[in-house]
Design a protein around this ligand. Sequence first.
Ligand SMILES: NC(=O)c1ccc[n+]([C@@H]2O[C@H](COP(=O)([O-])OP(=O)(O)OC[C@H]3O[C@@H](n4cnc5c(N)ncnc54)[C@H](O)[C@@H]3O)[C@@H](O)[C@H]2O)c1
Length: 354
Amino acid sequence: MSERSATARPASAAATVPPFAVISGAQVQQAIQGREASIVDLVEATYRLHGEGDSVNPPSYFLRFPDRPASRIIALPASLGGQTRVDGLKWISSFPANVPAGIPRASAVLILNDHDTGYPFACLESSIISATRTAASAALAADRLSRGRPRPTRVGFLGTGLIARYIHTFLAATGWAFEQTGVHDLAADSAAGFRTYLEQSNATGPVTVHDSAEALIRSSDLVVFATTAGRPHVSDASWFDHHPLVLHISLRDLAPEIILDAVNIVDDIEHCLQADTSPHLAEQRTGSRAFLAGTLDDVLAGRVRVPTDRTVVFSPFGLGVLDLAVGKYVHDEVSRSGHLHVIDDFFHELRRHG
Ligand SMILES: NC(=O)c1ccc[n+]([C@@H]2O[C@H](COP(=O)([O-])OP(=O)(O)OC[C@H]3O[C@@H](n4cnc5c(N)ncnc54)[C@H](O)[C@@H]3O)[C@@H](O)[C@H]2O)c1
């Protein structure tokens, strides 16, 4: 790992307070739409910077509530070097009871802080940024982890909410076309809605709604987990006898025996082995991390070769540096378009009187 380069402003140099902007979800979406391939490249470059040590990505902080045990708000502070040079914080809520009440489960903001002054310079709607960086990371992993094996042609989505939809969009936008698509969700209306969405796409082939996780997994060679399961619900290793590539985005679906039978790639080892993720449970079961093959950055850099004849499981904890990279990209696109909503005089007490 290289040291993070020293890039602080000299103490005597004059500084100005950057303007503070608010970027809506509609603006975020407009900045991202049609640029999926560039965002996958950006996410790859960010993984590489993180792998080189040119980032700070402390553990996420999980705020939980005794009176609402199913809900949480997570803080992801981070700092990114390279060309981007930005610090910031994603603050993302998960309130599962929102879904039956008719509104999305997750909501989020991202604050970007100026590298030189520390001043916050933007607040962005961030559920879309979060879904985008997650989907871009999944599309990158699908591509890199399937090299050397026949490219998967049968995709299966287990859990069919917002993240599944974004992952499908990013796969389709980066050249994936499937001969068949399977879906499975505990909520029939969610599966039916996703099926309708998929049938409007031309990258899916025939769509089958499976009534069990087993049927979906057995008939897919690319399996996407995007559920809200809090503990493992898939534990029969024989369902994976055909050695699929598994994008385990929701992190807690697979029992340790599945993890221990697979080649495991994560985004960041320290991050992923916490909070009762399936790899964390596998570590607790074995008292060792020997079941981990490495990180996606190890694969990108050629330090780890992925066997082509075994089940491969990618479990990304989700890094704050990815939110920063995508958030800064969106900020710069909106700024370039001339539509940045600056809040005049947001910072008020700016004169120093000794
Ligand atoms: N790893 C990352 O970086 C990352 C980033 C963002 C979101 N996520 C995770 O992705 C998951 C999906 O997020 P979302 O916003 O799409 O959620 P969502 O609430 O929109 O959809 C989740 C779907 O999963 C279904 N589901 C729940 N348990 C299931 C089970 N056991 N089997 C089948 N279906 C089941 C629900 O009915 C729902 O339709 C969440 O767990 C979230 O925490 C991970």
